[in-house]
Design a protein around this ligand. Sequence first.
Ligand code: ADP
Ligand code: MG
Length: 354
Amino acid sequence: KVTRTDIPSAQYGGRHAVTMLPGGGIGPELMTYVREIFSYCGAPIDFEVIEIDPSTEGNDDLDYAITSIKRNGVALKGNIETKSQELSEVSRNVAIRNELDLYVNVVHCKSYPGIPARHQDIDVVLIRQNTDGEYAMLEHESVPGIVESMKVVTVENAERVARYAFEYARQNNRKKVTTIHKANIMKLSDGLFLECAKRVHKDYPELEHDNMIIDNTCMQAVSKPHQFDVMNMTNLYGTIVSNVLCGLMGGAGLISGRNYGDHYAVFEPGTRNTGTAIAGKNIANPVAMINASIDMLNHLGHKEHANVIYEATYQTIVNDAIRTPDLGGNHSSTDVVENILKILSAKRVNWPHG
Ligand code: ADP
Ligand code: MG
């Protein structure tokens, strides 16, 4: 099933409880902006904020975060830094996705008109297998000087991510799904991923299905990105291609990403950056996290709140050209947020429950 309306979520008196994981770097400041906007327009969300300190021993914070997401069903998330290269220290971001079985990541790369970028009018939906593949974290040194790393492809996960991609294409009037792979070299693993996509495609005869090798995909994406419609990718290829496409259309600060499993949903900026170097300087672009919060409101059925925030954000960066340096502007993060609040204030009469 692909419509996610069946995901359980905690609801009390018309309000939803949502887990908020600010993470490191720019995460906490971006969350402050989201909370400011939500409280300004009365979005009926109560955040349960859980800080995860990556420098602490053990996984108590992480376990608590996972328990909270299981209870609430939904989370808004910043990136949690993995400082250590120690084998024993797994990425908490990966652990959350695996533990909640968030098997698909969706990044809709849609250009904003007039934002300086390498290409305009991009509209590509990136569907990424989110739990296995190259992220299995099964690495070992077999003998000194020889390291082996396992890439895991399972029929179950390859089929359900493909089904998600085709179902998304059908429900959103898309025409074509392109499966990205390197099956000419990784014949068994990527071969299986491709074979599963071809099998699932049989249930979607009205859609076109083609496939492309990952290296050529990167070349095609930078030169002719408009040829793509919906892309179906393994975990590592998915993150590479989403970074390429986000980079082409204005970057890490703009686009949001959604992680879904059968039971839970986690919303975050599309390229999952920590932004350590720009933290605390009032220059981070707040839009990707605001877009993630809009996705979250839509997911929970708060369409009107989602729409007013979306329109105010769009108007701020497109019409009013209030943009942070990553978008070629010279405005601060708080300039962007204040402009959004100003627009919301002018529209107050149209607010839901307002
Ligand atoms: P990672 O967490 O993968 O190490 P970084 O923090 O290095 O990622 O971010 C990658 C790049 O994207 C950096 O140049 C960073 O400044 C930029 N970036 C990420 N998020 C934002 C944002 N919200 N606004 C502006 N630039 C951003
Ligand atoms: Mg970095």
